[in-house]
Design a protein around this ligand. Sequence first.
Ligand SMILES: [Zn+2]
Length: 397
Amino acid sequence: MIELYARQFEIGGPDLPTGRKGRIFTKVCASSAPTRKKLAEQLGIRPATMSEITLELINDGLVLEARPGRNLHKGRPEIILRPNADRLVAIVCYLVSHTVHCALVNLAGETLYNSQFEALADQTDNEAFLSAISNLCAGCLDQVPNGSTLAGIALSLPGIVDEVTGFWRYSSHWPKLRNLDLSSLTERLDSTVTVSKNLKCELHARRSRGNHQTSESLLMLHWGFGIGAAFAHRGSTFAAESRGFGEVGHTCVDSTSTALCKCGMTGCVEAEAGIWAIAERMKGQDIPEDEWQFEQFLRDNPDLDIWERPVKLMALTLRNLCLTLSPDQCIITGPFAQSEPIFSRLVKCFEENLPTRSLVVGENRTKLRAGRAGTQDEIVGAASTVFQPAINLLCRD
Ligand SMILES: [Zn+2]
């Protein structure tokens, strides 16, 4: 599992640890049964230098030595190196509907401890949310294993997130939360705190897990309770800043729409095709707002006619997005993408909207793929925002 992080660091982007020590540690994570001799050959480093740097990594606690099983051949078996997954741990806070989760994870992406809090989202204001997060994090801090160092606390959030200043500006799930300054948690919890957009974290880990080429540009569109996107280009995932990034749910593809959005504007595609809007419009039919339950609802109600307008609006949204960002691939997550008939209809509609006879795209049209939203990807991607600088610090030459 540790290669999850190794791949993220190895992908060639800005996350790659610099210097020889960093390269050796990354190689130890990514190799099977590495020895000093093998690593020296693979990296073109002199054996004496390799021994010296490996000793430093062992003293730092990042690398452990393991004796291989009994060797039938004559001669002393070479010692195998392996990464110490528990050397660094991170606390990842993420949200699933109205439940706030805090997970203590190690470098292998294993959850060592998890606590959660079911919030009354309609009543949770800035102070109540800060207090819930602080309590959950305090519980996780008590569980940090002996010998482990906490790299930091990573918050992965939906809606409009300013990753630079640490402000959570808005989320359709949390109507009472506005312009929440999360940077204050650094002092409150006496730890490094990073704030990231949830879709960006998920895409970051998905890109590494899927072994996508660095040169490949990937768009991820989440169509669920709300609608949002993340984009990765040349090894970097675009950051969300003060005005958000990827807030495609609030773009308009029908100027005659009178649908009121939670964001304060009229005609947003999310106010037409987001689950919250569909549930409001079809009141009385008991439409579940929870994405997992909504997925089941779609399975039980396969009538395509009901979803024709949302599908058409999303196909137009995709056309605009693909022409703006020109991704090689677009992964669509959320309940609608899990329904084969709806997803096929969406692809067909998109292709009609962006035909290959168009001189703009020709045969080179973006490929649409259905993907399942992944909490594990979100956790790994969020944790990497604190692991990466901590590893860089430990691996300074
Ligand atoms: Zn809106």
